[in-house]
Design a protein around this ligand. Structure first.
Ligand SMILES: [Zn+2]
Length: 139
């Protein structure tokens, strides 16, 4: 996480793995066919590890062959990316749940301090996952 991932003012959540304009243009060239993670990363121009560390855990559509290798359909990845990374606007009392993949109301909020950050934490009322939202940075 760096400074650029925090946009507290307008309550816009920035997910890791967001692509820049040039990468998004290359994303449009992906075809309706299966790519290996390496081919996909070279086609779009991002780090190969981003597939394993960010996109797959976030629910990127993929399949595994009999040898356990991952294949990703280019068109499906494009649709998934746009859907997942379209800006999520949060109300004051909402946080983004990565399991439900949407904004959920925060109930029974606990305020925490850690690593120079002040954040609010609660359980998602829909799926029970612990969710947190950064509300301030300690000076
Ligand atoms: Zn949830």
């Amino acid at each position: 996480m760096n400074q650029g991932t925090m946009k507290k003012k307008d309550n816009v959540i920035e997910l890791r793995g967001r692509l820049d304009g040039r990468q998004r243009n290359r994303l449009k060239r992906l075809l309706n066919m299966l790519y290996t993670p390496r081919e996909l990363s070279e086609e779009v121009g991002f780090n190969l590890q981003q597939v394993y560390r960010v996109y797959i855990p976030l629910g990127c559509p993929h399949e595994r062959d009999s040898r356990g290798h991952i294949w990703i359909n280019g068109s499906e990845f494009y649709d998934w990316y746009l859907d997942t990374y379209s800006k999520v606007i949060l109300e004051e009392n909402e946080a983004f749940c990565l399991t439900c993949k949407r904004a959920v109301e925060m109930v029974d909020v606990k305020r925490q301090r850690k690593n120079g950050l002040v954040y609010e934490e609660c359980m998602c009322q829909v799926c029970g996952r612990k969710i947190a939202k950064i509300v301030d940075r300690m000076k």
